[in-house]
Design a protein around this ligand. Structure first.
Ligand code: UGA
Length: 435
């Protein structure tokens, strides 16, 4: 198949290179010329394990290339994916669809022969209808089928998730697209990954429902963690105890500082807005959104309490700034609100992150940055682990104790056992576990 991928961000680039790896001919397009030039030089704009090698392999094999203009590749393609951003619209929280619609208009001008246009961006219910309307209005002769095919990959595990998906969801209203999409996913289909064909609107909703459910699951366990602290129970054991019930499942039950990232915060909000528009409010999700927003600052207050309540003039080392490990993504990271709360209370903060330092510098001002965990901890009154990078799982506590002003560790990801830390003379606070 000849495939054009419009938008070479996270989803577009990973999907494009994986489709090339399946044996398709793929051109990844992006308006950002500097990004495309970098990709042509083999430089990957994001940190994602395995991506650089996979891009290099497929470029070398002649199956993957990059362009800034859509015209030529769209005309030659059987399938054109739209994988542009759908950020939260300023002011109202709806998904901003202007990039999706602009892509639809451009595609319409260049399609040639029967072409399947696939929306991979996360888009609200009804967007496929509007894409189709725009294409037909722009080019009444265009022979197209507009399909919804949401992506469920996670940052940091993107290639693995793409190549071993739990399911592939394909929403279409034009049966001609079914065989084309089956061909696009042929290697996965042969590997028995379930291909779920459904209507376009249903497919669009599945994506939001999945993210909203996961965000709700995390939020549920975070509230249980707070309750555990009050009643003297252990949230990790609660997670295990409920997760072994197959109806609940053990994943996404790690209590922590609240979910962040480019998807859950934006998608939960957009779903709540869509539901309100259709006069069918999703109150569980509305509540999830507000609990999670409040939680981030509450975690800042938790740190303050662990340090005795007054942190004016105290120095705090924050380890882990990205919204989760194995990414350099700072979008909606809990670290941002937590650090702001600490600064507001009069502390000074030194941050360190294995991959996120450049992006962190763009969004977090008024803190110092260190070269590693020990640099951040020097002369500090406390260490706060916000993101569970592997390198923070084996800290040298004796060394830390010798360089810190006070041995206090607040572990917002529960990566240590209580006794492992306290035996080195540290005061230890975690989330939802007895101290
Ligand atoms: C999420 C979904 O997991 C993907 O399936 C989806 O494709 C993606 O959004 C998207 O819509 O593009 P991602 O945002 O990369 O993926 O990251 P997750 O691993 O889901 O983590 C999201 C947030 O939840 C992180 O801040 C993480 O620390 C937090 N989390 C996750 C918890 O606090 N506890 C958990 O048990 C799991």
């Amino acid at each position: 198949m000849r495939i054009t991928m419009i938008g070479s961000g996270y989803v577009g680039l990973v999907s494009g290179v994986c489709f090339a790896d399946f044996g398709h001919d793929v051109i990844c397009v992006d308006k950002d010329a500097s990004k495309i030039e970098a990709l042509r030089r083999g430089e990957i704009p994001i940190f994602e394990p395995g991506l650089e090698q996979l891009v290099a392999d497929n470029v070398r094999a002649g199956r993957l290339s990059f362009a800034t203009e859509v015209a030529e590749s769209v005309a030659a393609s059987d399938v054109v994916f739209i994988a542009v951003g759908t950020p939260s619209r300023r002011g109202d929280g709806h998904a901003d669809l202007s990039y999706v619609y602009a892509a639809a208009r451009e595609i319409a001008q260049h399609v040639n022969g029967f072409t399947v246009i696939v929306t991979k961006s996360t888009v609200p219910v009804g967007t496929g209808d509007e894409v189709e309307r725009i294409v037909r209005e722009t080019n009444p002769d265009a022979d197209v089928a507009v399909v919804s095919n949401p992506e469920f990959l996670r940052e940091g595990a993107a290639i693995e998730d793409f190549k071993r998906p739990d399911r592939i969801v394909i929403g279409l209203n034009d049966e001609r697209a079914r065989s084309v999409m089956t061909e696009v996913y042929r290697p996965l289909y042969l590997n028995q990954a379930p291909l779920l064909f459904t209507s376009r609107r249903t497919s669009e909703l599945i994506k939001y429902a999945a993210n909203a459910f996961l965000a709700m699951k995390i939020t549920f366990i975070n509230e249980m963690a707070d309750l555990c602290e009050k009643v003297g129970a252990n949230v990790q054991e609660v997670s295990r105890g409920i997760g072994l019930d197959g109806r609940i499942g053990s994943k996404f039950l790690h209590a922590g500082p609240g979910y962040g990232g480019s998807c859950f915060p934006k998608d939960t909000l957009a779903l709540a807005k869509t539901a309100q528009d259709y006069d069918s409010p999703v109150r569980l999700i509305e509540t999830t959104v507000s609990i999670n927003d409040n939680r981030k600052r509450a975690m800042g207050r938790k740190v303050i309490a662990a340090m005795g309540g007054d942190i004016r003039g105290k120095a705090i080392a924050v380890l882990g700034l990205t919204f989760k490990p194995n990414t350099d993504d700072m979008r909606d990271s809990p670290a941002i609100s937590i650090i702001q709360t600490l600064l507001d209370a009069g502390a000074t903060v030194t941050g360190y992150d294995p991959e996120g330092m450049n992006n962190a510098r763009q969004v977090i001002d008024h803190i110092a940055y260190a070269e590693d965990a020990y640099g951040a901890a020097r002369d500090a009154d406390a260490i706060v682990i916000v993101t569970e990078w592997n390198q923070f799982r084996a800290l040298d506590f004796d060394r830390l104790r010798s360089i810190m002003k006070a041995p206090v560790l607040v572990d917002l990801r529960n990566i240590y056992r209580h006794d492992e830390v306290t035996k080195h003379g540290f005061a230890y606070t975690s989330v939802g576990r007895p101290s």
